[in-house]
Design a protein around this ligand. Structure first.
Ligand SMILES: [Zn+2]
Length: 468
């Protein structure tokens, strides 16, 4: 049996020359099986042709931080929300309780419907690799990601059990996750069942929730396990002032010092957000080789800048994530860029080429994957073709600037993951898109109704306040 060959041809391919990303005009990416066999300007024979005239092919992007379940669940719930509705941190007052409700109150097939809606958005987002933190009770995401064709790094949550030091509100957030040793038991079971190894499309990694919801006993065991198993660890760090204050009060140090004391200030560890880190902490993170997942959209929603450039300018490894605000990864690059320009007061801060590199090559390097995030011979065949022949994009002067500043995920015409076309002609190719959307929306509404009836919905969003 001969290996299936697919050729993806476009006006520009973001390939590489001498280890640097370079736009290659009128090139074709030739795929055999799950690998890139060639990137060439020559005509290609004996292959199925995916032609994107006037378009650009870029490496599949790397979404370093997300909670897929939350994207549909919080849509319209946390937008335009006053701080008076959330207290010091909406994470523990609204987001986590509602997420917990979804995994404990929905029937298994409804929960799967909700998650599938989020994964469908990811499949069409431009990101081909997804790092997702989720509750073990929502482990259906591992099967769904596999079946829906995604490259997935699943990090089941870990929490500390309640003690005198821990805010009761934080612990109430762990619903569906287990606490302490229960967290590790759940991790080991999922790792055994789903982890496909270092090159596998589905991987299970370590995901302690945050520095204010996990004690040293959790983080130290995460450090030990990640070294023993050779897998990544990721956690939320310095995502609110309340978290920074709690860490200082409990451990007498800053968030970065706390991670260092647990062995986690190092390569192979991804910190989500870091918005409340000091410059000195960013310098220590950069020096130690740990990475930041920068999620600009989700913070901007609450009125806070999370600028890519703040971390990049200090030499930290930084990639991009969506954290469930929206999964459109082109929009994510754009917001990261705009916020960086606003922060620095410079139009040339975070230029398009740098943002694309952060979203592809840098993200892949943070995962320790030299076979992802680049379109070169021998790399995994993960790529995204974007149709630039749009009224909002044409004419094209610089394809990467057109992509970052003027395109959106809706302009994506093809997505390939592991050599398989997941999106074709702008449509999800492995299932009934409409059906997934309808079923997912139905399951989401059920949680909204439940949250409203139990008083777990902010007053500003109760049916009577929004005219329903
Ligand atoms: Zn998050």
């Amino acid at each position: 049996m001969t290996t299936r060959r697919i050729a993806v041809r476009a006006a520009w391919v973001l390939g590489e020359r001498e280890g640097q990303q370079r736009l290659l005009p009128d090139h074709t990416v030739v795929v055999e099986g799950d690998r890139i066999a060639d990137v060439t300007r020559e005509p290609v024979a004996g292959a199925e042709l995916i032609d994107v005239p006037g378009g650009i092919v870029v490496p599949g992007m790397i979404n370093l931080h997300n909670h897929t379940l939350n994207a549909p669940l919080f849509r319209g719930i946390v937008d335009d929300l006053p701080r008076s509705a959330t207290g010091p941190s909406k994470v523990y007052t609204i987001l986590m309780p509602m997420g917990g409700m979804a995994v404990t109150e929905l029937a298994p097939d409804e929960l799967a419907d909700l998650v599938a809606l989020g994964l469908l958005e990811v499949a069409k987002s431009g990101a081909t690799t997804l790092v997702d933190q989720f509750r073990p009770a929502q482990s259906c995401i591992l099967d769904l990601a596999r079946d829906m064709g995604l490259r997935f790094y699943g990090a089941p949550y870990m929490f500390s059990p309640p003690d005198a030091k821990t805010d009761a509100k934080i612990l109430g957030s762990s619903k569906g996750s287990g606490e302490g040793q229960e967290s590790f038991k759940a991790f080991h079971a999922l790792f055994k069942q789903h982890h496909q190894g270092k090159d596998g499309r589905i991987q299970v990694i370590l995901g302690p929730h945050a520095s204010d919801s996990c004690g040293p006993e959790i983080f130290k065991e995460v450090d030990r396990l990640s070294r023993e198993l050779g897998i990544l660890a990721t956690t939320h760090l310095a995502q609110s002032q309340a978290e920074v204050d709690a860490v200082k009060q409990r451990y007498g140090t800053d968030c970065t010092g706390y991670m260092q004391s647990c062995g986690l200030l190092r390569d192979g560890v991804i910190f989500a957000h870091g918005v409340f880190l000091t410059d000195d902490e960013i310098d220590r993170i950069a020096k130690a080789g740990a990475a930041i997942a920068n999620c600009a959209n989700v913070f901007l929603r609450g009125g806070r800048a999370a600028a890519y450039e703040r971390f990049a300018a200090r030499g930290a490894k930084v990639g991009l994530g969506t954290d469930a605000e929206r999964m459109d990864f082109i929009a994510q690059m754009r917001t990261s860029g705009f916020v960086s320009k606003q922060l620095t007061g410079r139009g040339d801060a975070a230029p398009a080429a740098k943002l694309v590199k952060a979203a592809t090559r840098d993200g892949a390097d943070i995962l320790g994957r030299s076979d992802l995030g680049r379109l070169v011979k021998g790399a995994k065949a993960d790529l995204v073709a974007v149709d630039l022949m749009q009224p909002s994009i044409q004419p094209v002067r610089d394809p990467l600037r057109s992509l970052v500043w003027y395109a959106s995920a809706r302009d994506i015409s093809a997505v390939m993951i592991d050599g398989k076309l997941v999106v074709r002609d702008g449509k999800y190719a492995l299932g009934d898109e409409r059906r997934i959307v309808e079923r997912g929306a139905r399951a989401t509404r059920k949680i909204w109704e439940l949250a409203a009836s139990k008083g777990n919905m902010p007053r500003e969003l109760m049916p009577e306040a929004i005219g329903q």
